[in-house]
Design a binder for this molecule. Structure first.
Ligand code: COA
Length: 156
């Protein structure tokens, strides 16, 4: 599937929120995404089917996935990544992560970091494909029995 990536705007927030709610048991609120759009070191990128972009249509509402990252000093931290359940396993998560890593490299960041639920085997598998390493465990980070694994990808 051909995918187009662009930066999110306010108009994308309803589509982002819909995916967020389908993806996570404790979803981010609209206010938290709005805040990210105002932070200079934060970027939310959205993935859309390339066709809607190429034909110059209003691509609003066709968001298939998004990624939110912070770029601070030499570290890119991926705070959030999700793909609509109907569009999973089509390579969209891969395209989003590829873009975030390429951007981090181009700004001379030395590391990409993220946290993932220990039980989230699909996400862990995705990150492993990119050669992220599982560095540390934060016990009960997401609640009782839900540990976080801190993963890192060294860029140099
Ligand atoms: C994790 C997530 C973003 C992956 O997005 P995606 O677009 O489906 O991922 P891709 O199609 O690019 O998959 C890339 C690779 O990840 C791994 N992967 C993805 N989904 C998987 C699954 N359900 N089971 C096992 N491996 C999986 C595979 O290695 C896959 O490669 P393959 O399809 O060639 O085998 C998506 O499953 C999602 O939105 N999950 C809910 C939100 C979430 O958990 N986000 C991560 C928080 S840390």
């Amino acid at each position: 599937m051909a995918i187009h990536i662009r930066d999110a705007t306010d108009r994308d927030l309803p589509g982002i929120i819909e995916i967020e709610r389908l993806a996570f048991p404790a979803p981010w609120t609209m206010a938290s995404f709005q805040r990210e759009l105002t932070l200079p070191f934060s970027r939310i990128m959205v993935a859309l089917p390339a066709a809607s972009h190429a034909h110059g249509q209003d691509d609003n509402g066709k968001i298939a996935g998004f990624l939110c990252r912070w770029l601070i000093a030499d570290e890119c931290h991926v705070l959030n990544i999700a793909v609509h359940p109907e569009s999973r396993r089509l390579g969209i998560g891969t395209v989003l992560l590829t873009e975030a890593i390429a951007e981090a490299r181009s700004t001379c960041a030395s590391v990409v970091t993220l946290e993932v639920r220990r039980s989230n085997l699909s996400a862990r598998q995705l990150y492993r494909k990119f050669e992220f390493e599982e560095r540390r465990l934060r016990r009960h980070y997401y609640g009782p029995g839900e540990d976080a694994i801190i993963m890192e990808l060294q860029l140099n």
